[in-house]
Design a protein around this ligand. Structure first.
Ligand SMILES: Cc1cc2nc3c(=O)[nH]c(=O)nc-3n(C[C@H](O)[C@H](O)[C@H](O)COP(=O)(O)O)c2cc1C
Length: 333
């Protein structure tokens, strides 16, 4: 297992990119559209309301991938992934893991905890386990538990985020060895960013926010529009909205009547909006620093093709760069 298993998965992909799992955003439609273009699609198990609904989504994925492969005619169809919160605090953990096992989900994106028994079970059906981390210590624990790789969630990522600069985090995590994969997450929106992630020492890029602004994404229209209308300074970091460090779209906080002075002075872990109804929670929208580079809402297939074209263009451009020490210069852009 380990990095070798992840590299085998990469052989079934057009570019090393995963459309990251996003609560209230990802669904089988979006995931399958990405897989069809050779980019790994995913969704969080907790994005479904019930175990029955999760089972239906897994049926949709399995049948969808089978159909795509039958019709592929030589095109690469990427495997899919499911995000599972592998922590006793998740009441659905055991049942959802049983389902994910029954469907032999090829890649499991685990968050919280990092229990070795979950990784063992995933390996039991030949699955690959990639675990969310925000610092070197988290990575160490995940690798001790048997994860095949870590998802390095850096500063500027959408959703629950880390705070460490991506160069610094990849370098620190790589100090732990090179027999595991690193998936880099945070702020990437282009194919060129995917190539840059590889240059930094990551094996794959994890792209979330860019995929919110797609036709297939289940995000509400207002969330999609806000992604187009905002830029990096509009992304507000706080651990006091849902108790964990996360990046929020500032206009959505203001529209929900959240007092920023109260938010800024609330201790991490204390939840500012806890007294509010669950309905309003749906109106607090998260996104990463990459929002400033998102200006359209294409179909996911078109976005994936753009990412692949940009990746190829960046590869070509870099190959024209002058070798170190040569007076020749090349422009990247
Ligand atoms: C709206 C939204 C919802 C998210 N929900 C989840 C989730 O349910 N599970 C998870 O592991 N990560 C979740 N994330 C984090 C993403 O999987 C990924 O780490 C992040 O989007 C990468 O950074 P980027 O958005 O800057 O590309 C979410 C991110 C966003 C923007």
């Amino acid at each position: 297992m380990g990095r070798a298993a992840v590299l085998k998965v990469l052989d079934q992909m057009a570019i090393p990119a995963i459309a990251a799992p996003m609560f209230l955003v990802s669904n089988p439609n979006l995931a399958l559209a990405c897989c069809a273009e050779g980019i790994m699609g995913s969704f969080p198990a907790h994005g479904t309301r019930t175990r029955e609904e999760l089972e239906q989504w897994l049926i949709d994925m399995q049948r969808g991938i089978e159909r795509l492969r039958a019709e592929a005619g030589g095109r690469i169809i990427a495997p899919y992934a499911v995000n599972l919160v592998v922590h006793p605090s998740n009441p659905r953990y055991a049942g959802d893991l049983d389902l994910v096992e029954r469907f032999k989900v090829p890649v499991v994106l685990t968050s919280k905890g990092a229990p070795g028994d979950a990784f063992k079970r995933i390996h039991g059906w030949g699955g690959v386990a990639l675990h969310d981390i925000a610092n070197q210590r988290h990575a160490e624990k995940a690798l001790e538990g048997g994860a095949d790789g870590v998802i390095a969630v850096c500063g500027g990522a959408g959703g629950h985020t880390g705070t460490i600069n991506p160069f610094a985090l990849v370098n620190e995590v790589r100090q732990l060895g090179d027999d595991f994969a690193i998936v880099l997450a945070g702020g990437m929106t282009t194919g060129r960013d995917v190539l840059a992630a590889q240059a930094m020492g990551a094996d794959l890029a994890y792209i979330g926010t860019r995929f919110i602004a797609t036709r297939e994404a289940a995000a509400v229209a207002g969330h999609k529009q806000m992604i187009l209308d905002t830029r990096a300074p509009d992304v507000f970091f706080s651990a006091s909205i849902d108790g964990a460090p996360a990046n929020w779209l500032l206009p959505s906080l203001l529209a929900a009547g959240i007092d920023l002075d109260v938010l800024r002075t609330t201790l991490p872990g204390k939840i500012v909006s806890a007294q509010e109804s669950k309905k309003r929670w749906k109106d607090l929208w998260t996104a990463g620093h990459g929002v400033g580079n998102i200006t359209d809402i294409p179909e996911a297939a078109a976005l994936c093709r753009r990412l692949k074209d940009e990746y190829a263009a960046a590869q070509r451009l870099l190959s024209t760069l002058a070798p170190a020490g040569s007076p020749r210069t090349a422009r990247v852009g």
